[in-house]
Write a protein that binds this ligand. Structure first.
Ligand code: FAD
Length: 404
């Protein structure tokens, strides 16, 4: 039966991309995006220029609002509260039931809360939505004592942005340095050291409790018996994939909604994409669930192709970026796993890290202010081009030439 209608629950990067791709691939049927936040917007700026106030709400939209009308894509500003796999159909917060031939779950996740006393306090902030960023910006000013728990991607970015407000920032993480799995040990050390160099108090410690007094001053207790006083506490320790709708409807989940490489869930009419989805390969291997912007986009494209019965696109090695303290970090492939690490230095400073796997092939690369190098590394990974550790370590070797 020809596909006539698709409902997409969630209008973040993944849901929006799926809708856009369905249209650009020729689908003329009904497309509805349901999202309580209305017109889709981009999340990475929430810890960067949007938080800083250098880009406003209109400037972080994924596309102009009129585009949806022009492309006959309905935006329903509501929340999906129920999923009926048999119809298939979704129930919205107002009780209305909407049926479609296929349903795509693109509901992302919620910020992970600290599982400690006080971790659920409403004054302990998180950063996932535009509203969260508006609130955080409104409480950051000269002298604000900001304690951030989690020095990974979002925590580090907010720490850096908060300095522009004149905030006194304390960054707490149990691991020193964080981000080794993403960028390798050497670059992780360089990045983590930047915080202290910029005036941030960096603590390696495990929070055990948070309390707040009548004046709004928070105390973050640490396992070593010390504590940190803060006017504002932000927790950035990743997300919990939103699997509630799927598991209630009987779909298979495991730290994410399980999907096959075409983004199809355990039900043939339901797809899942973006941060909420986790791929299970045909041999049963569960891949790590990604929480990155490009992955959200790629899975939206794949689902659109699959829904239309078209060939699945090849996306190649996964990629992410992050910005802090005026430097731009990018990573591609995987720095985790067996093999050897190679460091490229410039003037004695590590600027890039590579992982060569046990087969001698490049498997991962991360770089600081090295976007072109990462792009070339990506081609080398995708094309399985042979390279040597000596070539990768030599700052005078142009990776673009090796990628040809
Ligand atoms: C502050 C911040 C900074 C980031 N920076 C970077 C970065 O620098 N680089 C990078 O690679 N990645 C970054 N990311 C990660 C990236 O933004 C995410 O991976 C991406 O947004 C995931 O897209 P998604 O569409 O899967 O989910 P989301 O963007 O979370 O969108 C999900 C949408 O679903 C909606 N929704 C939820 N439940 C329901 C429901 N029941 N019914 C209907 N709608 C629902 C939500 O309102 C939301 O709009 C950042 C994320 C954040 C929060």
């Amino acid at each position: 039966m020809a596909l006539e209608s698709v409902i997409i629950a969630g209008g973040g990067m993944a849901g929006f991309t799926c809708a856009k791709e369905l249209r650009s691939r020729g689908f003329t049927g009904r497309i509805s995006i349901v999202d309580p936040e209305g017109v889709p917007y981009d999340r990475p700026p929430l810890s960067k220029d949007y938080l800083l106030g250098t880009r406003d709400a209109a400037q972080i939209r994924l596309i102009e609002a009129e585009w949806f009308e022009q492309n006959d894509i309905e935006i329903i500003t509501s929340t999906v509260v129920g999923l009926d796999t048999a119809a298939p159909a979704v129930t919205l917060a107002d009780g209305s039931v909407h049926t479609a031939d296929k349903i795509v779950l693109a509901t992302g996740g919620t910020a992970r809360r600290l599982p400690i006393p006080g971790g659920q306090l409403p004054t302990v902030l998180e950063l996932r939505t535009r509203k969260d960023a508006d609130h955080l910006r409104s409480v950051l000013r000269e002298g604000t004592r900001l304690a951030i728990v989690g020095a990974g991607l979002i925590g580090a970015e907010v720490a850096s942005s908060a300095l522009s407000f004149g905030a006194e920032v304390t960054l707490i993480d149990p691991v020193d340095p964080p981000l080794i799995p993403a960028v390798g040990e050497v670059l992780a050390h360089r990045l983590h050291r930047m915080h202290a160099q910029k005036g941030i108090t960096v603590i390696t410690g495990v929070p055990t409790g948070i309390s707040v007094d009548n004046d709004g001053v928070h105390t973050v207790e640490l396992a070593d018996g010390t504590s940190v006083l803060a006017d504002v506490v932000l927790v950035g320790i990743g997300i919990v994939a939103d699997t509630g709708l799927a598991s209630t409807a009987g779909l298979e989940t495991d730290n994410g909604i399980l999907v096959d490489p075409s983004q199809r869930t355990s039900h043939p009419d339901i797809y899942a994409i973006g941060d909420t989805a986790r791929t299970r390969l045909p041999d049963g291997t569960l891949l790590r669930r990604a929480e990155h912007w490009e992955h959200a986009m790629n899975t939206g494209v794949t689902a659109a192709a699959a829904l239309l019965g078209q060939d699945l696109p090849e996306h190649g090695a996964s990629w992410f970026w992050s910005d802090r303290h005026g430097v731009h970090v990018e990573g591609v492939g995987s720095m985790l796993g067996a093999g050897s690490q190679v460091i490229r230095e410039r003037d004695g400073i590590p600027v890039a890290a590579f992982r060569i796997d046990e087969q001698g092939l490049l498997a991962g690369c991360a770089a600081i202010d090295g976007g072109m190098l990462v792009r070339a590394a990506r081609r080398i990974i995708d094309r399985k081009k042979p390279v040597t550790g000596e070539q990768l370590a030599d700052p005078d070797v142009d990776l673009k030439k090796l990628a040809r």
